[in-house]
Design a protein around this ligand. Structure first.
Ligand code: FBP
Length: 550
């Protein structure tokens, strides 16, 4: 880490994150509710998690507790994509551990879950923690996307925990990593290992949420960062009056990021994958819709505009989704063989013989770079969609269509386009006050769950649209959020992803206004994230959260 820090970094280092009232007290206890059930596929989940399935919801409240006050060794790991606030989770964990007993120790496993398997870790000291308070990024201990699933990997983890005399492990990750936390917790219970496992809901994608978990951390800062940039682009577009900007936004599956940025900035077109899926829309129909807006604006003398597109779109367009599912099944069986084929044309030929005719046609119609990306899966079976340039594909198809209409004399629209992808730019931004406070509270609460000896839980902090003082912290049994899904052709337990609810208030608000936003220049310019100043500017949560919570 560089020795020189920016003026803002210096000021942020002094920021004291706000904690809910109950967590500020040194006397807390964990109250347990009634037994819970998995979200779906109950019998299969119960069979796979006989020790941890059905545990009750936990709430942390003020009061004389029976929480463990003996010296504890706790490990922490950052898993998956970066999200603003990760360092504050660790700072919260650390401060709560030291407040409970100055002899408590915190160890950071390095480079993600792979560090747990390999036993690579470092002790986190006050000097290290202080250097990273309220900073973005995951560089304190780095992250990785390894999955702990094979029997030998689980056994290696246990061996490392035993030799470190570890009482608890906190896994900071998204839906896949919290699923991993449940698998590890179940395994450790079966093996009668003392280490408890607690997950923390992280992902800028915002799709790890449910009745208990109101938001994943990082979503707030990432959306505010992208919205600042989109607002700037909207202003540039109405100043230059000659470009259509196509902006793809991160979010591997759900469109929460795009919808939130749409609500913050009012672009002319905002695609929501979940709606496209619900209507069974094809790629050609998506192109028709965008073209229609371009032509209507051109007719009003506006040959410019802004289109925002969710990264996850390809998996929600009916014909592409079917093709990707078929590809996943084929890759589940023959991935290595396909990879070893000498060139791409042979891979296409091999796939042509195995895909249905309709899917082979869709696959064949895509540019080669997209075809190649679609043949990869990460360790959790996901397509690396951040590498699929959907915004360029849409630009090409819209300009083809406009060219055709022009050749028939049906339009005189001018269509000059520019493409952007906002993803990595937002993942390591300095956390907003909301994320700084929320993450610190999540870390603080995770310590209390470890002290209570709970395992297989995801920590939660609720009531997030109220001032931090009124937030309520607790834990949700991971099995309560699980369902079975097919990954790489096999059914596996995973946390049910929260997609955009088309009946929910955020989408409804967008849907009521989108036509007006399409034709007029109703752009909103949110400007940069504010860290200081009046609370209604510096502490405001996302539009999504405000609309969802009324
Ligand atoms: P997580 O689900 O791990 O939080 O990551 C989300 C994400 O930022 C997606 O939006 C994106 O598709 C993906 O990570 C990119 O992955 P990578 O960092 O491996 O390129």
């Amino acid at each position: 880490m560089s020795a020189e820090i920016s003026v803002l970094q210096k000021a942020r280092a002094a920021y004291q994150p706000k904690l809910p009232k109950a967590l500020r007290s040194n006397n807390v206890r964990v109250e347990l509710g009634v037994p819970t059930e998995p979200a779906a596929d109950k019998e299969q989940i119960k069979q796979r998690f006989p020790k941890t399935c059905g545990q009750p919801v936990a709430t942390i409240i003020e009061g004389n507790g029976e929480l463990n006050g003996n010296p504890l060794n706790v490990g922490v790991v950052l898993s998956g994509g970066q999200a603003p606030g990760g360092h504050n989770v660790i700072a919260g964990l650390f401060d709560a551990l030291k407040a409970a007993n100055p002899g408590n120790r915190l160890f950071g496993f390095l480079k993600g879950p792979g560090g747990i398997i390999k036993g690579k870790y470092k002790e986190l000291t006050p000097e290290i923690i202080d250097r990273y308070r309220n900073t973005g990024g995951f560089d304190m201990i780095m992250s990785g996307r390894d999955k702990i699933e094979k029997p030998e990997e689980l056994a290696a983890c246990k061996q490392n925990f035993d030799s470190m005399n570890l009482h608890g492990l906190v896994i900071i990750g998204g839906d896949d990593s919290n699923t991993n936390a449940a698998i590890l917790a179940e395994y450790l219970c079966k093996e009668e290992c003392r280490t408890v496992v607690i997950g923390v809901p992280k992902t800028i994608d915002g799709d790890m949420k449910n009745e208990q978990i109101e938001a994943s951390f990082g979503f707030d800062t990432a959306c505010k960062t992208y919205s600042e940039l989109i607002g700037n682009i909207c202003r540039d577009s109405m100043s230059a009056v000659k470009y259509w900007h196509f902006v793809r936004l991160m979010g591997r599956a759900a469109s929460h990021v795009t919808l939130e940025c749409g609500l913050q900035t009012h672009p002319n077109v905002c695609l929501v994958s979940e709606e496209i899926q619900a209507k069974g829309t094809t790629l050609a129909e998506v192109v028709d819709y965008i073209t229609d807006v371009v032509l209507k604006r051109a007719a009003a003398g506006k040959n410019y505009g802004v289109v925002i597109v969710p990264e996850g779109l390809p998996e929600f367009i009916s014909d592409i989704k079917r093709m990707i599912d078929e590809l996943s099944t084929i890759l589940g069986k023959d991935e290595q063989y396909i990879r070893d084929l000498p060139d791409h044309s042979e891979r296409v030929q091999y796939l042509n013989n195995r895909l249905t005719a309709a899917s082979a046609k869709v696959y064949g119609s895509l540019p080669q770079d997209i075809q190649e990306v679609l043949l990869h899966r990460d360790s959790h079976g996901n397509v690396p969609l951040s590498q699929v340039e959907t915004e360029r594909l849409l630009i090409d198809l819209v300009s083809d269509k406009i060219r055709l209409l022009k050749s028939r004399g049906q339009t005189e629209a001018k269509f000059s386009s520019l493409s952007h992808f906002f993803g990595y730019e937002g993942r390591c931004a300095m956390p907003s006050n909301f994320d700084a406070d929320y993450c610190y509270s999540l870390g603080y609460a995770a310590t209390q769950l470890v002290r209570a000896g709970l395992t297989g839980y995801t920590v939660n902090v609720r009531n997030l649209t109220r001032p931090a003082d009124e937030w309520v912290a607790g834990g949700t049994p991971v099995t309560m959020m699980l369902n079975m899904e097919v990954r790489k052709g096999k059914p596996v337990p995973v946390i049910k992803k929260a997609l955009v609810d088309l009946e929910g208030k955020p989408f409804q608000h967008f849907s009521t206004n989108r036509e007006r936003w399409a034709l007029n220049d109703d752009f909103v310019f949110p400007g940069p994230v504010q860290y200081f100043g009046p609370s209604q500017i510096a502490d405001v949560p996302t539009v999504t959260l405000k609309l969802e919570k009324g």
